[in-house]
Design a protein around this ligand. Structure first.
Ligand SMILES: *Cc1c(COP(=O)(O)O)cnc(C)c1O
Length: 396
């Protein structure tokens, strides 16, 4: 399947990087291809996903939520139960093992919400790798708890003060470091974004989500779900869930982007609502930009979805009509965040609450015997302080 040799998903994807990085990308591509054919690598990956990360994750029937909404049966794929609190660890373990294979002892990464940062810091501690995390200063303030968790695991967290001081600037800083230290350093990119082979590789490391979900729902219900939904930042948890269902034409798939304060310029991060074809940080895809091609400001209550570009593979499946995309506003997301906590006793990440917000609207429109499977990409512990502030509970 896709991408082609040069990393294209139709017109999207590819590799737009300085010459110095082309060799590194090629090396990663080769080592990756080799590793995936090596039973020893697969065995190790599987083992660490089980022993360190906690796979397989449960498929959970949200019984009270289902009853209350009175429509489709709602299931949660519980990626929130994974070590360090989100799906991110699937990809991080895979790439850390590649770094060891390449003999690279220094790891760099960028992080928005801090979830990719903490997953990377934890894996580096476990595998004895040096770890440097780039993070926008605004995100560091929004996610102070995760910053401390990273430091506890021995990572160096470097604040980034350029521009909007969020994820985009952190990625640029990580790229700059990589160009300088490429011989000793592997860059663990945190989503299905960036230059080839990252979008493909990150997707593959998350495919386990969909593989497990499919097996679990077949065992539980004896049939495929009618619909899948997942939040889409760069798009890794979504493509991870969707990928193994792409050929199952009866299964509808919906990606939910960050609608922020609503679809006005600078107030959201929904790339398919007003974004245009462009190149950002190594890949060609839908990008929020002004008519001069300047990257637009973005906003979302969830740092993990607050990014101006979407993974190139999503742009492809949107063109194909295979995956539908919508958005949820901050307001709907905060409501879903509380609703899920109160009805199921599960506090979801604000990112994942985008998918739940969609499910709250969608399930009642679906027949009672139908199945809606929601990817619960992460847990909300990191978000409770921010939520309390916004919901008027004051500082915790
Ligand atoms: C990082 C993150 C996301 C967004 O990233 P994707 O690559 O789009 O999955 C979503 N949910 C959680 C919990 C995250 O930590």
């Amino acid at each position: 399947m896709l991408p082609d040799e040069a990393g294209h998903f139709g017109p999207y994807g590819g590799a737009y990087v300085p010459e110095t990085l082309m060799t590194a990308l090629q090396e990663i591509g080769e080592v990756y291809a080799e590793a995936r054919k090596d039973p020893e690598y697969e065995k190790q990956l599987k083992w660490h996903l089980k022993e360190f990360a906690g796979r397989p994750t449960e498929l959970y029937f949200a019984e009270r939520l289902t009853k209350e909404l009175g429509g489709a049966k709602i299931y949660f794929k519980r990626e929130d139960l994974l070590h360090t609190g989100a799906h991110k660890i699937n990809n991080v373990i895979g790439q850390a093992l590649l770094a060891l294979r390449m003999g690279k002892k220094r790891i760099i990464a960028e992080t928005g919400a801090g979830q990719h940062g903490i997953a990377t810091a934890a894996a580096c501690a476990k595998f004895g790798l040096e770890c440097v995390i780039y993070m926008g200063r605004v995100d560091m303030e929004r996610q102070a708890l995760n910053v401390y968790r990273m430091r506890l695991c021995g990572a160096k967290v470097v604040p980034v003060d350029a521009g909007q001081k969020t994820l985009k600037e952190a990625v640029s800083e990580a790229m700059r470091d990589w160009v300088t230290n490429v011989r000793s350093t592997h860059y663990i990119l945190g989503s299905a974004l960036g230059s080839h082979p990252y979008p493909m590789m990150v997707r593959d490391f998350h495919r386990v989500i969909g593989e497990e979900a499919k097996e679990q729902i077949l065992e539980r219900e004896g049939r495929l779900p009618d619909e899948l939904c997942a939040c889409v930042g760069g798009g890794s948890n979504a493509i991870g869930l969707f990928y193994d269902f792409l050929e199952d034409k009866s299964v509808r798939m919906v990606g939910v982007e960050a609608g922020g304060h609503g679809i006005q310029q600078g107030e959201h991060a929904a790339r398919f609502q007003g974004g245009k074809l462009g190149v950002l940080q190594g890949t060609k895809t839908y990008v929020l930009q002004d008519p001069d091609g300047q990257i637009e400001l973005t906003h979302s209550v969830s740092a993990g979805l607050d990014y101006a570009a979407i993974g190139p593979e999503h742009a492809y499946y949107r063109d194909e009509g295979r995956i539908d995309y919508t958005y949820a506003t901050d307001e709907d997301v905060l409501e879903a965040f509380q609703k899920c906590s109160q009805t199921e006793g599960i506090i979801p990440a604000l990112e994942s609450s985008h998918a739940i917000a969609y499910a709250l609207k969608r399930a009642p429109e679906m027949p009672k015997d139908s199945i809606l499977l929601v990817n619960l990409s992460g847990r909300g512990d990191k978000d409770v302080q921010q939520a309390a502030r916004i919901l008027g509970e004051g500082e915790l």
